[in-house]
Design a protein around this ligand. Structure first.
Ligand SMILES: C[S@@+](CC[C@H](N)C(=O)[O-])C[C@H]1O[C@@H](n2cnc3c(N)ncnc32)[C@H](O)[C@@H]1O
Length: 264
């Protein structure tokens, strides 16, 4: 069993980590990480400018009746819940419902089960930093504080006791996200895009085998139509991902922002 250092390849410290994952799928077997890896996530992960993304998505998709929103490699749901709470905190119900439900998939049974338990571990520090950075009180969205849910090898087990707790998303937030087990390639291949999709596919590419990764990028290039957004994370740039996406028709609308890509 190989356990990677928590922040391997990631410049920033994630204060909530690490969720265990085992990637037994043939798609990942060739991965150079091969076997058990630690992965991490947290609410409002810092490697994206969430407000910039929101403003840009509104600007691009303002007239759409429905925006197809996906969180691929969703882990425990932190990413999908971050975007959902941001939308709910900033927009009218009519507007934010256009982005829902967010389809959130992960290949790892334990992650999908944790997400579908309708509970999520959140660190005290996450509440504070999201409040500071986004003026969102996550306590309005996550309730019924309980002992943290146990996930194998999750940092929650060994980080200072008492700082992680599990919370239940409020009903409206629960209903905003559909969690299911699936893999990135299958989901992208099934997409029927009309240029109005927002796809989080973040901090996941380095876990893929080269062949599978190429298939994902090529499927994204084929399936996504002009205008759709494809969002990466910092960790994805530990491999050469930008040239591959550019070759498949994606560009970065914001100079200096490495994680927002759009289909030309
Ligand atoms: C580092 S976490 C990223 C979580 C979240 N996207 C973020 O950026 O915070 C990577 C997640 O991707 C999942 N994963 C890895 N390969 C996958 C694949 N081919 N399809 C779907 N999920 C995958 C892992 O199980 C893990 O939960």
């Amino acid at each position: 069993m190989k356990i990677l250092p928590i922040n391997q390849g990631n410049k920033r410290t994630n204060f909530k980590s690490c969720l265990r994952t085992y990637l037994p799928d043939t798609a990942i077997k060739q991965s150079f990480y091969d076997g058990y890896v630690r992965t991490s996530t947290n609410m409002f992960r810092e490697d994206i400018n969430w407000l910039l993304l929101l403003k840009y998505a509104l600007f691009k998709f303002m007239d759409a009746d429905k925006i197809n929103t996906f969180s691929l490699g969703a882990s425990d749901g932190s990413e999908a819940y971050s975007f959902a709470t941001l939308l709910m905190s900033r927009l009218s119900k009519t507007m934010y419902n256009k982005f829902f439900p967010i389809i959130a998939v992960d290949i790892d049974d334990q992650m999908v089960n944790a997400a579908n338990s309708r509970k999520i571990n959140i660190h005290d520090f996450e509440f504070a930093s999201v409040n500071r950075d986004y003026h969102i009180n996550l306590h309005d969205y996550f309730i019924n504080k309980k002992k943290s849910i146990q996930i194998d090898n999750d940092d929650a087990e060994w980080t200072e006791k008492g700082t992680f707790h599990s919370y239940e998303p409020i009903d409206e937030l629960k209903d905003a996200v559909i969690f299911k087990k699936s893999d990135v390639l299958t989901e992208i291949n099934q997409m029927k895009d009309n240029g109005i999709s927002l796809i989080f596919c973040r901090n996941i590419f380095p876990y893929m085998s080269t062949g599978y990764r190429n298939d994902v990028i090529s499927a994204a290039g084929n399936k996504l139509k002009r205008g759709s957004l494809f969002i990466l994370g910092d960790y994805d740039h530990t491999i050469e991902i930008t040239p591959a996406l550019e070759k498949r028709g994606f560009y970065r609308p914001f100079q200096g922002n490495f994680n927002i890509f759009q289909k030309k």
